[in-house]
Design a protein around this ligand. Sequence first.
Ligand SMILES: C[S@@+](CC[C@H](N)C(=O)[O-])C[C@H]1O[C@@H](n2cnc3c(N)ncnc32)[C@H](O)[C@@H]1O
Length: 155
Amino acid sequence: MRIVIAAVGKLRRGAELTLIEDYLDRFAKAGRSLGLPKVEVVEVEDRRGGGMEAEADLLSRAIPTGALVIALDERGDQITSPDVTHRIACARDGARDLCFIIGGADGIAPSLRERADLRISFGRMVWPHMLARVMLAEQLYRAATILAGGPYHRE
Ligand SMILES: C[S@@+](CC[C@H](N)C(=O)[O-])C[C@H]1O[C@@H](n2cnc3c(N)ncnc32)[C@H](O)[C@@H]1O
């Protein structure tokens, strides 16, 4: 199984990258005994001004064949942390790759959004893509702690 975050934009050193690395590192440590792989981050950038469609093309190339594709989108479903955890566990148990997609300033092109198996929202407000990436990394770590039965997640 692979877990990929395919995201538009290259993060420079700074607070967001520090947080993402920290959460993904914690996920890797917690996930080791749970049969979860390290998360791979694939950053894409269209330097030719091709807009969302060009970005969608680059993002599509980062999606492993047959992966369950989850697009992050403010118009998507608002699901719970245990729900995300369940989907990650199902993918793991079915030996299926997982790919999370995060768009750029204009969002994810409708063609790719529709292709996703699931669209999830962190609320109806729009967040900068790098903060969406931080929140996703935290949710992955949270999911690992839920699967491990740890005290981090409380309802
Ligand atoms: C600046 S936002 C783009 C907003 C753009 N107006 C749109 O139509 O999607 C950049 C990316 O961050 C992620 N994002 C931002 N807000 C989000 C939210 N509330 N829930 C889930 N993902 C979000 C999405 O992947 C989005 O494509």
